[in-house]
Design a protein. Structure first.
Length: 151
């Protein structure tokens, strides 16, 4: 698995909106400026998040984007999936070569390992909510089962 800029920026955008939950809409340009991200990229990501039902948008002078649901109800997996259209690219399924060894019809002893890995990644990402990421790093580390670093 490789975390792309689509996934990273998508999570940054969703987290920004989670921090502002209940404060009203923010424009894509303002969000991009505050997070120091490319504005055109942010607009594309917000469109993907809107299509997935993670954010809603309003038009007009006081328009912009807001989180569509409470940060407790949005998982990291949802955001990554919406941002980059998946969480794990299983190459032998997404890019099969019909006549070669990676054909879907061929028996492959490696494919189940990738599928198991995909499921574990998805389960881990489903267990973390935007609300969890509003905490400081030591609390997030404890929440996801990582050791807390000592200063």
């Amino acid at each position: 698995m490789r975390i792309t800029t689509w996934a990273e920026y998508g999570l940054i955008c969703a987290l920004h909106l989670a921090r502002r939950h209940g404060e009203g809409p923010v424009t894509g340009r303002d969000l991009a400026a505050r997070e120091r991200l490319p504005a055109d990229y942010v607009e594309q990501i917000l469109l993907r998040l809107r299509r997935a039902g993670i954010v809603t948008s309003t038009r007009g002078a006081k328009g912009g984007y807001i989180l569509a649901r409470d940060p407790l109800d949005v998982t990291v997996r949802e955001v990554i999936s919406a941002s980059e259209h998946g969480t794990f690219d299983l190459h032998c399924v997404s890019h099969p070569v019909a006549e070669e060894r990676c054909s879907e019809s061929q028996s492959c002893s490696i494919r189940p390992v990738w599928m198991m890995l995909q499921q574990r990644i998805d389960d881990a990402l489903d267990s973390v909510r935007l609300a969890d990421l509003l905490l400081d790093e030591p609390a997030v580390r404890a929440r996801v089962g990582l050791p807390v670093l000592q200063a």
